[in-house]
Design a protein around this ligand. Structure first.
Ligand SMILES: Cc1ncc(COP(=O)(O)O)c(C=O)c1O
Length: 448
């Protein structure tokens, strides 16, 4: 065996955790007490030691149909045997068109063309680039400014962190994109604490777009991007009327509205897209995660007809949008996406999430009054629980909660700062909702 063959076939040391630099992870702490998952089925993960761990996070907000669902697994297997890969540029395979049609049919209004990529971060960069190029194509090339929102999460590409508003995701990475401004975030504990669904207070914060537009000159602004519900920052449902007001200001000034539905898409708030829940038709929707229920990486941007049409001019042999990824509409992702959408339809999982929302919210609110619980917010099948921070470190209490939850209470939760975020697969039963909040309550008591 040659040296390189030997290197390919063996780790340098057995059970060596060192080489893998884990993303968004406290690497040293993890490697001291690893949370290793080796198997999953439906609502459960199984740890390396065989323990069942109830998944209260749908992986990373993505496994909406539950884990290792037979029809999705079968579709991926079939596809792998039939067509491994087809070039995404200048060639295509039939499932890409079928999935685009199916996704477009789920989107509201005239959002009817779909550009595929492989992640939420790529979806955001794609949407921002489409917005800029759209204005350019229409002779409004001066529209180059992008507006995001404080506490927004739009992935980790330079576009996404520039419009994003989470300080730690920005501050280590230089000067970012020029010409970006941010709306204020919509959270105010004094007026919103322990709200189920959309808070009453805060719609007026959308009017800040008016101020920003006037400050920079509206004719220089290309697009505004927000999450309908800010997820990664710790679950902030939009105030009642907020998104409608944002839409109105965008209309007034010819600014494109991008809703980043990477988390809220595919049933999380009881609808195919949150845009439908809120009765707002954006110009572009970004999606990822739930499109394949987390099985194969995929993301995309859905655009309104006039946006697509603006590009479809000039000589027909010329590429209309100089953008794309080797793995755009990858055959395995498309097969997984089609099977996932079938499952969502057959099991009526979006409607199920909507029907379970009141029970989920009630169960979440039972944790009110536990030691150190500052606020609980719910919307759809999502809950955010703010804990008091320990004097010796922001985020330490929630980190301890995540560790204890996994190792001692058999439940996977997601934490951000000192907030616990819960977003179980949409197949969750009423009993399992009870089990989730029972376990989370015990974990909160344990880290008091
Ligand atoms: C709203 C939003 N946009 C973008 C992303 C980035 O997605 P990805 O991690 O697939 O790049 C996320 C991830 O959580 C998200 O919540």
């Amino acid at each position: 065996m040659s040296l390189s063959e030997a290197r390919l076939s063996t780790a340098t040391r057995p059970n060596d955790l060192e080489a893998y630099w884990m993303p968004f992870t406290a690497n040293r702490a993890f490697k001291k007490a690893p949370r290793l998952i080796t198997r999953a089925k439906d609502m459960y993960y199984y740890a390396a030691d065989g323990r069942a761990v109830l998944d209260a996070a749908a992986g990373l907000w993505c496994c909406n149909a539950g884990h290792n669902r037979d029809p999705i697994v079968a579709a991926i297997k079939r596809q792998a045997e039939e067509l491994d890969y087809a070039p995404a540029f200048q060639f295509a395979h039939p499932n890409a068109f079928e999935l685009a049609s199916r996704v477009a049919a789920l989107a509201p209004g005239d959002l009817d063309h779909v550009f595929f990529c492989n992640s939420g971060s790529e979806a955001v960069d794609t949407a921002l680039k489409i917005a800029l190029a759209y204005h350019h194509a229409r002779g409004e090339g001066a529209r180059t400014r992008l507006i995001g929102r404080e506490r927004g999460y739009h992935g980790v590409g330079f576009g996404g962190i520039s419009v994003g508003g989470i300080a730690n995701n920005r501050k280590f990475f230089g000067s970012l994109l020029a010409g970006v401004d941010h709306l204020p975030h919509t959270y105010n504990r004094d007026t919103q604490a322990f709200t189920k669904g959309e808070p009453e207070w805060g719609a007026h914060l959308a009017d800040d777009l008016e101020r920003i537009a006037v400050l920079h000159d509206p004719s220089t602004i290309a697009a505004v991007i927000v999450e309908p519900m800010a997820g990664s920052t710790g679950v902030l449902p939009p105030p009642k009327g907020y998104l409608q007001r944002l839409r109105a200001v965008c209309d007034k000034y010819g600014i494109l509205l991008i809703l980043d539905e990477v988390i809220t898409g595919f049933g999380r708030l009881g609808f195919a897209f949150a845009a439908e829940r809120y009765g707002v038709v954006p110009d572009i929707i970004t999606f990822a995660k739930g499109i394949t229920s987390g099985t194969v990486p995929m993301g995309g941007a859905i655009v309104r007809a006039p946006v697509y049409d603006a590009f479809m001019r000039g000589p027909e042999h010329v590429i209309e949008l100089f953008h794309g990824y080797t793995y755009s509409a990858h055959p395995l992702a498309c097969a997984a996406g089609l099977a996932t959408l079938d499952l969502y339809r057959e099991e009526r999982l979006f409607e199920r999430a909507g029907a379970l929302e009141p029970k989920f919210a009630d169960a979440a609110m039972t944790l009110r009054g536990l030691p150190g619980v500052l606020d609980i917010r719910t919307v759809g099948l999502v809950a955010g629980i703010d804990l008091t921070s320990k004097p010796d470190g922001f985020g330490k209490r929630a980190y301890a909660a995540m560790e204890k939850a996994f190792h001692e209470h058999g439940i996977m939760i997601r934490v951000t700062g000192d907030t616990i975020a819960l977003s179980p697969p949409l197949i969750v039963s009423e009993n399992e909702i009870g089990e989730i909040f029972g376990k989370v309550g015990r974990v909160i008591e344990a880290v008091r």
